[in-house]
Design a protein around this ligand. Structure first.
Ligand SMILES: [Fe+2]
Length: 331
């Protein structure tokens, strides 16, 4: 009897020690409620509990920097390459080390030294009004500066990470001087002042306030689901040159993580085929894992050539791009 009790206690003790140590904490720009269902099977399978701390990009990177070695964060999840580049340059990350992740993610979507990886992504594309514009009239981002688009182009404000990343893509491929010229040619063609969001751009194209605009692919499906006749479709630019600019939600192991092994297991799970398909679907984005299915509406948009420059390299051109917007008065 006594022996049995001792055995039971021993098991309980092992259980409680595991509960104490087997956990990971993610600092995330997405709310915990949105992410919890994604990681519930991971916890079930591994016993590793996943905790979330939510905040804005700026709040979370500041908090990571302020907390330093005292942080409880193991992972940092943010919405695009701009913020991961900032955090990396602040020295907040440590490289991950996992053959599994490397086998599941194309190399250009992982920072080259493995400081962070993209988990799902989108292209930033030309959105055109199907009643007025033929796809054959479109070609590149740069060509939106041609005289034929005068008074027909609308964009989102430059004070937004998606456009900062697009500007960085230009700087990488064309250099700062040419980037300024491209942006200037766009400003000359604006039909309205820069709008607040990508949804506003798509709506403006639909309403005829402009004929072409620039937005992320994942914003369009909701419009089409609500109205199959919605008169806007995406055009993937630069198919014969750089490929379309892509950017995505990323994750990193933080420099002072206490649970590196568990965090690495989470990265492996997050980039696995079984998780990639439903998660990318929930966000209407492309899975990074090429073996995972994408949603039908994205398949309907068609296959496209994407820029194969490493996402980390693009992120390091962001400061140069940001300095060019005011020069050309792109507000
Ligand atoms: Fe967005």
């Amino acid at each position: 009897m006594f022996q049995r009790l001792l055995l039971a206690l021993a098991i309980l003790t092992v259980g409680s020690v595991q509960a104490q140590t087997r956990e990971v904490t993610i600092y995330s720009v997405y709310p915990g409620e949105q992410l919890a269902p994604i990681f519930a099977p991971f916890t079930q399978r591994t016993g590793i509990q996943v905790n979330f701390v939510t905040g804005t990009s700026q709040e979370l990177t500041k908090r990571l920097a302020d907390e330093g070695a005292n942080t409880t964060a193991d992972l940092h999840l943010d919405k695009d390459l701009v913020f991961h580049g900032i955090a990396q340059r602040m020295g907040l990350y440590r490289p991950f080390n996992s053959r599994v992740v490397e086998s599941q993610v194309p190399s250009h979507l992982m920072e080259k030294d493995k400081f962070w990886t993209t988990v799902f992504y989108r292209a930033r594309v030309i959105m055109y009004n199907t009643n007025v514009v033929k796809p054959s009239e479109l070609s590149t981002y740069e060509a939106l500066g041609d005289a034929k688009w005068k008074g027909r182009l609308c964009v989102r404000t430059s004070k937004n990470s998606y456009n900062e990343a697009l500007g960085a893509f230009f700087v990488k491929h064309f250099g700062a001087q040419k980037t300024a010229e491209i942006l200037q040619s766009w400003v000359n063609n604006f039909s309205v002042n820069p709008l607040n969001g990508d949804r506003d751009v798509i709506q403006a194209v639909a309403d005829g306030k402009c004929d072409v605009g620039i937005a992320n692919t994942y914003y369009l499906p909701a419009f089409i689901r609500a109205n199959a006749q919605f008169p806007v479709r995406p055009f993937f630019p630069n198919q014969k040159t750089t490929g379309a600019h892509v950017n995505g939600v990323g994750i990193a192991i933080v420099k002072h993580a206490k649970n590196v092994k568990e965090a690495t297991m989470l990265l492996e799970y997050f980039t696995s085929r079984e998780v990639q398909a439903p998660v990318a679907a929930a966000f209407s984005q492309y899975p990074v894992n090429p073996t995972a299915e994408m949603i039908d509406i994205l398949k309907d948009f068609g296959r496209f050539a994407e820029d194969r420059t490493n996402v980390g390299e693009i992120s390091h051109h962001v400061p140069a791009a940001v300095s060019l917007f005011p020069v050309v008065n792109y507000k």
